[in-house]
Design a protein around this ligand. Structure first.
Ligand code: ADP
Ligand code: ADP
Ligand code: MG
Length: 495
């Protein structure tokens, strides 16, 4: 039985895992780098251990060091979160070898899922539809060009080891293909030390729709509905929602059955996600399995009423799933906005540094998973994701308007955030109507619209701010005349 969990991660996901462990009476062990000695996950865990320098390779990716802490602390399980070692089958195997429960799929299954080509081949065998493309790896750029000319440009070059939007490129002709081949190769080598490339037909005006899957060690498998993650930048998700506006009950069941087959095809255990692209003609094509807890899992928790980390722990403990597919009902509508520390106007470049002040939204049906606290720091060494702001409503419209309120309530001092962009997107007619596609931002000129919105807001604000400043200065003047002391902080704010 899992009694003490080491969380091999940082940031909001480390806190997320700690919360469920606390609720279940399981002790927690945090690990941290030089950069993170003051981070929230260190403060919240029962124990914490320093594991090295700021650079991930010297700390959060250091398997030997993390194993050392597991053995020293007596943790009998590890939760890898997402990113870092979460999809590293060598690490899962290292844990298995040391009799430490890895909360996730088996090392073998993870190895299968981690290679986009091997996984695609397994899916083809299980009659799961996949995106048309090269039958296997392409040897070199020449070989890739031959495939591209056969299936027709544009095509997508993908490193089979890529992830998080890295190691993939769209190319539209032979010249771009040769350049793209080099970029994908070097990106993949930089990230994981190796590269192998497949070619896929590039699907235009497509939606990213993924299914949460769940399978125990006794062969029971279900899907926990879909999430639509079509609002992306650089092939990375920004806003997710469930249900998808284009998936009705019949479609949910149809694809859901395919997802269960997919999980069985790779002998997947624990929670995972099967990602699909939905072409404009309504066809679904499998793209990959994410063999871990997904960033956007909270919205599925909101509509299913389940705690996914608890479910992960129960499955890892060998317990059978407590429900069957027919017992599961989807309730209401949920949206997640990934609050990133980045500058929308600088091509989403990371924005890092101290955060002197922060306001976390609250209220009915609002959930904000975050590592932020006043006085914390957004580090340049790690992911730009600071917070996951989620809202729920009995109707899509209510979850959308609650999200707009929550976005307005959220304030992060010191860094640029994606909040203004999300307000523009959520207010757009296209978003309201559910006209989503992975090129949404470009297709509907969202950055230009954001510029317009900010200009308008600035004009309105400057009038209001002027009026407020006059009132405040009169107030402080009268307090000073009456012998009262005004706090230096407040005075500074007014200056
Ligand atoms: P999700 O759908 O859960 O967001 P992503 O593929 O976007 O999955 O990845 C989640 C996080 O994991 C990303 O924010 C990224 O930081 C990290 N990540 C995923 N794959 C890689 C990789 N190959 N190299 C570095 N970081 C990665
Ligand atoms: P990663 O491992 O980085 O998550 P994926 O294969 O899941 O890579 O693809 C990430 C995103 O890239 C998708 O959500 C989609 O927007 C886009 N994409 C991937 N494959 C294709 C394709 N064949 N055609 C069009 N877009 C694609
Ligand atoms: Mg993906």
């Amino acid at each position: 039985m899992i009694e003490k969990v080491l969380i091999a991660n940082r940031g909001e996901i480390a806190l997320r895992v700690i919360r469920t462990c606390n609720a279940l009476g399981i002790r927690t062990v945090a690990v941290y780098s030089d950069e993170d000695y003051n981070s929230s996950h260190v403060k919240k865990a029962d124990e914490s251990y320093h594991i090295g320098e700021a650079a991930p390779a010297k700390s959060y990716l250091n398997q030997e060091k993390i194993l050392e802490v597991m053995l020293a602390s007596g943790a009998n399980a590890v939760h890898p979160g997402y990113g870092f070692l979460s999809e590293n089958d060598d690490f899962a195997r290292l844990c298995e070898k040391n009799k430490i429960t890895f909360i996730g799929p088996s090392a073998d299954s993870m190895n299968l899922c981690g290679d986009k080509m091997v996984c695609k081949a397994a899916m083809l065998k299980a009659q799961v539809p996949t995106v048309p493309g090269s039958p296997g790896l392409v040897r070199d750029a020449e070989d890739a060009a031959k495939v591209a000319n056969d299936i027709g440009y544009p095509v997508m070059l993908k490193s089979v080891y890529g992830g998080g939007g890295r190691g993939i490129r769209i190319v539209t002709n032979d010249k771009e293909l040769h350049e793209g081949f080099q970029t994908v190769t070097s990106e993949s080598i930089a990230a994981v030390g190796k590269s192998a490339i497949i070619v896929e037909k590039f699907l235009k005006k497509t939606r990213h729709i993924e299914y949460q899957m769940c399978r125990d060690h006794h062969g029971n498998a279900v899907h926990l509905f879909e999430r639509e993650c079509s609002i992306q930048r650089r092939n990375q998700k920004l806003i997710e929602q469930t249900p998808s506006p284009v998936v009705d009950d019949a479609k949910r069941e149809e694809i859901g059955e395919i997802v269960v087959r997919a999980a069985e095809a790779v002998d997947y255990t624990n929670l995972g996600t099967a990602e699909f692209l939905r072409a404009d003609n309504g066809e679904f094509y499998f793209i990959e399995i994410n063999a871990r807890l997904q960033v956007e899992h909270p919205i599925s928790e909101m509509v299913s009423g389940l705690d996914f980390v608890k479910l992960q722990i129960d499955i890892a403990n060998g317990e059978p799933l407590p429900f069957k597919q027919k017992d599961l009902r989807m309730n209401g509508y949920a949206i997640e906005c990934r609050i990133n520390a980045e500058d929308t106007f600088l091509d989403f470049a990371p924005s890092t540094g101290p955060v002197p002040d922060v306001t976390i939204p609250a209220g009915p049906n609002v959930r904000c998973d975050t590592y932020l606290y006043p006085g914390c720091t957004v580090s340049p060494f790690y992911d730009s994701l600071m917070a996951k702001l989620c809202t729920w409503g009995p109707t899509f419209e209510e979850s959308r308007t609650r999200m707009l309120t929550a976005l307005s309530d959220m304030y992060v001092e010191g860094v640029e955030t994606s909040i203004p962009l999300y307000k523009t997107i959520l207010n757009s007619e296209e978003y309201k109507k559910g006209e989503l596609s992975t090129d949404f931002l470009k297709r509907y000129d969202m950055i230009d619209r954001l510029t317009e919105d900010l200009k308008k807001e600035k004009e309105e604000k400057s009038d209001a701010a002027l009026a407020a400043a006059v009132i405040h200065s009169e107030y402080f003047k009268s307090r000073a005349q009456n012998g009262g002391t005004s706090s230096a902080t407040w005075k500074n704010k007014l200056d």
